[in-house]
Every structure is written in C-alpha cells, then in structure tokens.
Design a protein. Structure first.
Length: 77
C-alpha cells in the first residue's frame, strides 16, 4: 500500500482536524500567540480603502437573494 489511511472519511479527516485544532489552541494560548492577537492585523494606511471596499462587496453578495434557481449554461432549455 501507499501508506495512506485505509479508512474513508468522505470529505474530511477528523484526525487531521483534531491535530490542527490542537496546534491552533496551543499557539493562541502561547505568549507569542497572545502577543500577535494583541497586536492585531498589520494593515498599511493605503490598504484601508481596499479592505473597506472588499468588505462592502462581501456584504452585498451575502445579502443577495440566491433562492431562485439559476440557469445552467449547459442546459438546452
């Protein structure tokens, strides 16, 4: 075999997710993690407008009504 796990988890891997979550918690609770969190994002002054516009576009998209079925470009009508 190729050394892969023989269990099929579908679209996720619970063991990998647990490892990631555990490592993430360790970082957040570490001194370095606490310092990074306290520093916050490092946004350059010239990036502020772009970030604001991106956030605005995201909100507009989130509010869009997508309940109507869309026409597939592959359909023959």
């Amino acid at each position: 075999m190729s050394g892969e796990s023989s269990s099929n988890h579908g679209e996720g891997n619970p063991e990998a997710a647990d490892r990631f979550n555990s490592t993430e918690r360790e970082f957040v609770n570490s001194e370095r993690g606490k310092k990074k969190i306290q520093e916050g994002p490092q946004v350059q002054p010239n990036e502020g407008a772009n970030l604001s516009r991106a956030e605005e576009l995201g909100r507009e998209r989130a509010k869009a009504d997508d309940s109507a079925p869309s026409q597939s470009p592959m359909s023959d009508g």
